[in-house]
Ligand binder design. Structure first.
Ligand code: SAM
Length: 291
């Protein structure tokens, strides 16, 4: 299918369905934090997620280096792109004639990376018209508009046919919805044998209940972080069988430690660092097969 505007049949695009989703659409329409935009400016891949991997200390320059701030921004961006690369690694083999779904696609960084890697069509969904517009503009600049598209749409009601997608994912976007509803919809659009991947923060049931730090993160982002147990149960109930569960908590700490010392702090750094360190919160990748 050619995604060039005007060549596709006009679709009715379902927008926000609830008052909460309206609030989330507004939140992301207004979001313009330097920690997202300045990092994206490094190479034109705009992410709204966190980073993984060790910081290359030499890349930061010495203390007092006049370019240090710029180097910190570039390093934080390298770590957030490494996160998206790991998600794509876990999609498995994707033929060029496939269709992929990025549910909760933000400004489209992961979609562009997916197209660059697999050469296939990538459909993104976001509640925010500003984000969809931003992602589509960036895609046009890159000349990928025949393959990559972002739409304003509720990911609980995707505009795709049953079994149409070879793979789908949520990159830090599953904490805005009920997981049973979300996984039922992924299971519907995925082909049997297709792959689903999520990277997400989740609270640790071993801790007992969401900690004060997790509550702080929920309030900051207006979201509802689920427990690790909820993810695994909701997948099991919706024909998604995990083949990899990777604990990325240790791997994300260097990103947060570097960010906490930069000029890009937003005030939520302490909550992430404390909850990861006290064990009440975990950063997980779960890859599952649609059976
Ligand atoms: C933290 S951002 C992550 C963006 C992107 N996945 C990334 O990695 O850069 C959360 C995204 O989830 C989207 N979102 C939240 N609830 C949604 C829903 N019900 N349907 C579609 N998108 C949703 C928001 O619009 C936003 O784009």
């Amino acid at each position: 299918m050619d995604l060039t505007p005007g060549t596709e049949t006009a679709a009715v695009i379902p927008g926000p369905a609830t008052a909460y989703q309206d609030d989330i659409a507004r939140y992301w329409d207004q979001e313009a934090r330097p920690v997202n935009l300045r990092l994206g400016d490094v190479d034109g891949l705009y992410h709204h997620h966190y980073g993984i991997g060790d910081v290359e200390v030499d890349a930061l320059g010495a203390a007092g280096d006049s370019e240090r701030e710029k180097k910190v921004v570039a390093e934080l961006h390298r770590l957030e792109s490494a996160q998206a690369d790991l998600l794509l690694d876990n999609l498995g083999q994707i033929p060029r004639d496939s269709m992929l779904v990025d549910a909760g696609c933000g400004r489209g960084g992961s979609m562009v990376m997916a197209h660059q890697r697999f050469g296939c069509r990538v459909e993104g969904l976001t509640l925010s018209a500003k984000q969809a517009e931003f992602a589509n503009q960036r895609v046009r600049q890159l000349g990928f508009e025949k393959y990559v598209r972002s739409q304003v749409c509720n990911m609980l009601d995707m505009p795709f046919e049953t079994g149409q997608a070879a793979a789908s994912w949520n990159n830090e976007s599953s904490m805005y919805v009920d997981l049973h509803d979300l996984f039922a919809e992924h299971a519907r659009v995925l082909a049997v044998g297709g792959r689903y991947v999520t990277i997400t923060g989740c609270w640790n049931p071993v801790y007992g209940q969401p900690s004060k730090w997790v509550s702080q993160i929920n309030a900051h982002f207006e979201c509802n972080i689920h427990s690790r147990r909820e993810y695994l149960r909701a997948m099991a109930d919706n024909r998604l069988v995990p083949n990899a569960v990777i604990d990325l908590t240790e791997a994300t700490l260097p990103y947060w430690e570097l960010r906490a010392t930069s000029s890009l702090v937003t005030g939520i750094e302490e909550a992430f660092l404390s909850s990861y360190k006290d064990g009440s919160f975990q950063y997980l990748l779960i890859a599952a097969d649609r059976v």
